[in-house]
Design a protein around this ligand. Structure first.
Ligand code: 5RP
Length: 233
């Protein structure tokens, strides 16, 4: 399977959920970028929508392709949020944040009447956790917070308990999110109880947000090289 063609197919299929006059959450990542570009083409053809970007990268892309934007503080509703995912399980629970945008992504998803997840079919998994779970944390005290995150992995019977600070570049500098925070990657390997882990992470001081998206996705569009598989909750 060519994942990029599959991602593009999923992104184009999500246009079926967009109607004139809607406020649309614009996700982050390569699949969402396909969607933003496709939406831009529809806008040029006359579609009237306003987008709420979930990252500065998506804001820049939306501006480049001509999708009109609105600040989240200026909207009272978001009709539909279209975003990618790193893993999706059969209960429509997600791991997100591979691109480091999980905080704004979760705020936008939670404010949306419908969340449509677009992904290549390889993101569908029986059990979450092979993809390291991103956890956004304050810079202050991040090493202590990482120790608490590790305890949460152990307490909820995850298969792995390694927690690493996300870095980038030759100098291995910590990645800084749009919100000015760090990202920890929790290598759970297999998450026995995603709901329990989400609750445990929510209780840790220093955790700003985590990449377990539970009870948010209503539609999943899995792209394949030829066509898509649409699943509704
Ligand atoms: C960014 C995300 C992305 O949606 C996720 O990482 C999937 O990315 P891609 O579409 O490039 O596979 O959560 O924070």
């Amino acid at each position: 399977m060519n994942p990029d063609i599959a991602k593009q197919n999923a992104a184009i299929a999500a246009l079926d959920y967009i109607e004139d006059g809607m406020v649309v959450g614009l996700g982050t990542g390569s699949t969402s970028a396909h969607f933003v570009r496709a939406l831009g083409e529809r806008v040029h053809a006359g579609l009237k929508v306003k987008g709420v970007p979930t990252s500065e990268a998506t804001r820049t892309l939306a501006e480049q392709v001509g999708v009109p934007l609105v600040e989240i503080s200026q909207v009272s509703r978001i009709d539909v949020d279209v975003d990618g995912a790193d893993e999706i399980d059969p209960a429509f629970r997600l791991i997100k944040g591979g691109g480091g945008a999980l905080l704004r992504e979760k705020i936008v998803a939670a404010a949306s009447a419908r969340m449509v997840v677009i992904a290549d079919a390889g993101k569908w998994v029986e059990r979450l956790g092979a993809f390291p779970l991103p956890v956004e944390v304050t810079r202050f005290g991040f090493a202590l917070t990482a120790a608490r995150v590790r305890e949460a992995l152990l307490a909820t019977n995850c298969a792995g308990d390694e927690v690493s600070l996300r870095t980038s570049g030759k100098a291995n500098e910590p990645v800084i999110t749009d919100g000015g925070n760090y990202i920890l990657d929790a290598h759970a390997k297999a998450i026995a109880d995603p709901d329990a882990l989400a609750s445990a992470l929510n209780q840790i001081a220093g955790v700003v947000e985590h990449g377990l998206f539970i009870g948010l996705a209503g539609t999943v569009i899995l792209g394949r090289e030829a066509g898509v598989d649409v699943r509704e909750k």
